[in-house]
Design a protein around this ligand. Structure first.
Ligand SMILES: [Zn+2]
Length: 260
């Protein structure tokens, strides 16, 4: 079998299934990590505490079969569960289609899945749990190192390490200057974003960071204009950093072509 036949994007149906399963994992992380609960063991219905059986735990499909209600108590299941699963699937498919090679695909799948969990948790609790930011950093470091070794990219190590360090310092300074307005969770998340974008190139790090702030200011202005926020409203910045990082690989080549 040729190496091209074994490329990650030739397994699209498998990735769709993996993406949905990852989405299911994200719903578990979102429900349990902020409460300090472990991720092992089956989930229970939040209404009647009945353990959810395997056949009722198939992403999206179970929700449709059960018509969005618990099999036991018939209390509606939040639409957030199948939506999270679909969003995760979309992110995983995009990660697979837009990257070459298994290690890079794995790095972006990890970034998309844990990033989605972090974004939802930050929106709901205004926190980025240490357990998740730490795992994100370790898994991206491992997958990026795998790509460096597999494809002999030792020339990229310097830029990757410097980007991670520089972006962390940048957010740490913002944390000090904003007197905690920019949280320490954002600082820790920056280390991972610097790593994955720095491995592409330095321009991506700048573009990703710029768009995080661009999305942030756009949303702040829109929310203030529609009376949903005041100047003092705290908008979680983690999801915006992640969104900026996610669009950076596409936007960077266009922006570099325009400005340089
Ligand atoms: Zn129930």
């Amino acid at each position: 079998m040729s190496a091209i036949g074994l490329a990650p994007h030739n397994f699209l149906l498998s990735w769709i299934a993996i993406g949905l399963a990852c989405g299911s994992f994200v719903t578990v992380l979102v429900a349990r990590i902020p409460e300090g609960r472990g991720i092992q063991g089956r989930s229970q219905c939040i209404s009647c505490n009945e353990t959810i059986s395997a056949r009722d735990n198939i992403p999206v499909i179970s929700y449709l079969i059960l018509k969005g209600k618990c099999r036991n108590c018939k209390v509606p299941i939040s639409i957030r569960y199948p939506l999270t699963e679909l969003v995760a699937m979309g992110l995983v498919v995009v990660a697979v289609q837009s990257n070459e090679g298994w290690w890079k695909v794995l790095a972006w799948v990890v970034f998309s899945v844990l990033g989605l969990a972090l974004a939802i948790i930050d929106l709901q609790t205004h926190r980025l749990p240490n357990a998740l930011t730490a795992w994100l950093f370790v898994l991206i470091a491992v997958t990026v190192s795998g790509d460096i070794l597999a494809n002999h990219h030792s020339d990229k190590i310097k830029m990757t390490v410097i980007s991670s360090f520089a972006l962390t310092v940048f957010y740490f300074l913002l944390n000090i200057l904003s007197r905690g307005g920019m949280g320490m969770g954002d600082v820790k998340l920056a280390a991972s974003i610097g790593l994955i974008l720095g491995y592409i190139n330095g321009s991506s790090v700048i573009v990703g960071t710029f768009f995080g702030f661009f999305f942030g200011s756009t949303i702040s202005v829109l929310m203030m204009a529609t009376g949903r926020a005041t100047r003092k409203t705290q908008i979680p910045f983690g999801p915006l950093m992640l969104l900026g990082a996610f669009v950076a690989p596409w936007l960077t080549p266009h922006l570099v072509a325009i400005f340089l």
